[in-house]
Design a protein around this ligand. Structure first.
Ligand SMILES: [Zn+2]
Length: 82
């Protein structure tokens, strides 16, 4: 009887741990943190990416060098479309 009770408590706490580690908001935060949107082609860019520009203290990430070059030439044009 005592053993069954301990087993139950163990299973319960284990289940709670699993549930809290699998909750959606945490996953989404990680995703938002590690993936940025390329302002030129709207592609998702995984972090850390090779191509980055800083404009008005804001960082922008690019899928390829071509996108970064386009952005650097005229950042305002692409940021207006957002
Ligand atoms: Zn791109």
């Amino acid at each position: 009887m005592k053993t069954t009770l301990i087993m139950c408590i163990f299973a319960l706490s284990f289940g709670t741990l699993y549930a809290s580690s699998a909750t959606e908001p945490i996953k989404q935060t990680i995703l938002a943190d590690s993936v940025k949107i390329d302002p030129i082609c709207k592609m998702k860019v995984k972090q850390p990416a090779n191509y980055k520009s800083t404009y008005k203290k804001q960082e922008y990430w690019f899928c390829a060098k071509g996108c970064k070059v386009k952005f650097d030439k005229n950042p305002v044009k692409y940021l207006k479309n957002n």
